[in-house]
Design a protein around this ligand. Structure first.
Ligand SMILES: Nc1nc2c(ncn2[C@@H]2O[C@H](COP(=O)(O)OP(=O)(O)O)[C@@H](O)[C@H]2O)c(=O)[nH]1
Ligand SMILES: [Mg+2]
Length: 303
């Protein structure tokens, strides 16, 4: 909890924190709603979700006879919590080998999040392997190998610029032969075109199925939490190409916003499994809606 608070302090100190500051002990009037609306949009909650929230809060005000604007903050927190689904554990049990395919644009935090997830799984005594499906740059392969060392998890990689599908085929075969429980597959985030990128993801998925017919069991999309509404556009593109089963939102430690999580769940109906709150191996937390909403509003000067 301490690390989540610290990790999200930037988010809190600005937009969500400012809502609480804007809501003083005054009568609720039109300005109150304008302020809340403006700050929610600035926090990346997105227009449709902001409008929905305002409507729901106004309904509560009427029903519950709320008159002062500082009483709105609990109503807002409640509505925000209501937008987020209870966290679902990744579907990685009950079979011999489970496969997690990880997608997302370059720089979103795929490789880092894979390292952190592998570390968590390893701590839970799971037999984990990583496949270096991003063969586009030599540095990307080395970076993944380094995360494999940190997490103490084997990494199967090919030569730079080799065919990602071939590397992934080798990895899934090796994972099977070595009786691994989980294989996490890293992928490239940039190719010559978006079309190539999506085609390659489909190819990687199909090659996994040659060895594990119902793979991948999870297809996680990694989204950079500092990119706001852009992340939503990216998510829609990936969803069109492959079946995304869930999302990891990274870099919530480096943004003053964080409202895009509400938009992701509301507008895309995708569960959020983990959030990244720093660059170290420990900086990935299981997403918990109640804790997340509370953290957004906690006083940043507390610690
Ligand atoms: N502050 C912060 N940085 C992160 C987080 N996750 C990833 N990064 C950084 O974002 C950059 C890109 O990450 P990387 O995993 O290489 O992205 P990829 O291209 O999608 O594989 C690196 O400098 C990471 O250290 C996070 O949760 N917080
Ligand atoms: Mg990478």
């Amino acid at each position: 909890m301490a690390s989540l608070r610290k990790g999200l302090s930037r988010t809190r100190q600005s937009f969500f924190g400012r809502i609480a500051q804007a809501l003083g002990a005054t009568e609720i009037n039109d300005d109150t709603w304008d302020d809340v609306e403006e700050l929610l949009i600035q926090a990346d909650v997105g227009v449709p979700t902001t409008m929905q929230l305002i409507g729901q809060m106004q309904g509560r005000v009427r029903r519950e006879g709320i008159t002062r604007s500082d009483q709105l903050i609990e109503a807002l927190k409640d509505e925000l919590r209501g937008l987020l689904k209870a966290p679902t554990p990744l579907n990685l049990s009950g079979r011999v080998l489970s496969v997690v395919l990880v997608a997302g644009v370059n720089g979103s935090g795929k490789t880092t999040s894979i390292g952190k997830m592998a570390y968590r799984m390893k701590l839970n005594n799971r037999r984990v392997m990583i496949a270096a499906g991003d063969t586009f740059r030599a540095a990307a392969i080395d970076q993944l190998k380094l995360w494999g060392e940190r997490a103490d998890v084997p990494v199967i990689a090919g030569m730079p610029n080799s065919d990602p599908a071939a590397v992934v085929y080798d990895a899934v075969s090796a994972a099977h032969a070595r009786k691994m429980e989980v294989l996490i597959v890293d992928t490239a985030g940039r190719l010559h075109s978006n079309f190539n990128l999506m085609a390659e993801l489909v190819k990687v998925r199909d090659v996994l199925r040659k060895v594990v017919p119902d793979a991948p069991h999870e297809t996680l999309l990694v989204l950079d939490g500092t990119t706001g509404q852009n992340a939503l556009t990216q998510a829609k593109k990936f969803q069109e190409a492959i079946d995304i089963t869930g999302v990891v939102v990274t870099k919530l430690d480096s943004t003053a916003k964080g409202g895009m999580l509400f938009a992701i769940q509301q507008e895309l109906d995708l569960p959020i499994h983990y959030i990244g709150i720093g660059e170290s191996i420990y900086d990935l937390v299981f997403f918990n809606p109640a804790t997340f909403v509370d953290s957004l509003f906690e006083n940043g000067n507390e610690e």
